[in-house]
Write a protein that binds this ligand. Structure first.
Ligand code: HEC
Length: 111
C-alpha cells in the first residue's frame, strides 16, 4: 500500500490550509490564524529519493516568511497580494523539487 511520507502529509495539510485561506479572502474575511507548524519543513521525513537539495534550502525560508506574512494583521500590503506571494513561493520550490502538484497548486492563486 502507498504510504505517503511525513513531508507529503504535511504538504497536503498546507494545501488544505491555503485552500481555506483562499475562500476566506475571496469572501472578504481577514484570516489571522496559522495552525500549521512550518518548522516541520526543516525536520519532516521525505519520500524515498527526495532530499533537501540546495534549491530546497534556498526556497524554504522565503516560503515560510511569506506564509506567515499572510496572517500578519499589522501588514500594510493587501492580503490578496500577500497570499498570492506565498502561493508563488510554493510554485518556485515545486518547479525544481516536485513538479507533479504544480497544476493543483496554481489553482490556489486568487485571480
Ligand atoms: C521548499 C520547497 C517546497 C515548498 C516551499 C513547497 N513544497 Fe510542496 N513539496 C515539495 C517536495 C520536495 C515535495 C515531495 C515531498 C515528499 O514526497 O516527501 C512536495 C509535495 C507536495 C504535494 C504532494 C503531496 C503528496 O500527495 O504526495 C503537494 C500537494 C504540495 N507539495 C503542495 C504544496 C503547497 C500548496 C505549498 C505552499 C503552501 C508547497 N507545496 C510548498 C517541496 C516544496
Amino acid at each position: 500500500m502507498y504510504q505517503p511520507s511525513e513531508m507529503a502529509g504535511f504538504m497536503k495539510a498546507m494545501y488544505a490550509y491555503n485552500l481555506q485561506l483562499k475562500s476566506q479572502i475571496v469572501a472578504g474575511e481577514t484570516p489571522n490564524s496559522l495552525p500549521l507548524d512550518l518548522v516541520k519543513l526543516h525536520s519532516a521525513e521525505m519520500s524515498k529519493g527526495k532530499s533537501r537539495t540546495q534549491n530546497w534550502q534556498s526556497f524554504v525560508n522565503v516560503f515560510i516568511e511569506s506564509q506567515e506574512a499572510v496572517v500578519d494583521t499589522l501588514s500594510n500590503s493587501e492580503i490578496k497580494e500577500r497570499y498570492n506571494a506565498a502561493i508563488s513561493n510554493c510554485l518556485n520550490c515545486h518547479k525544481t523539487e516536485c513538479t507533479g502538484p504544480i497544476p493543483k497548486i496554481k489553482k490556489l492563486l486568487i485571480q
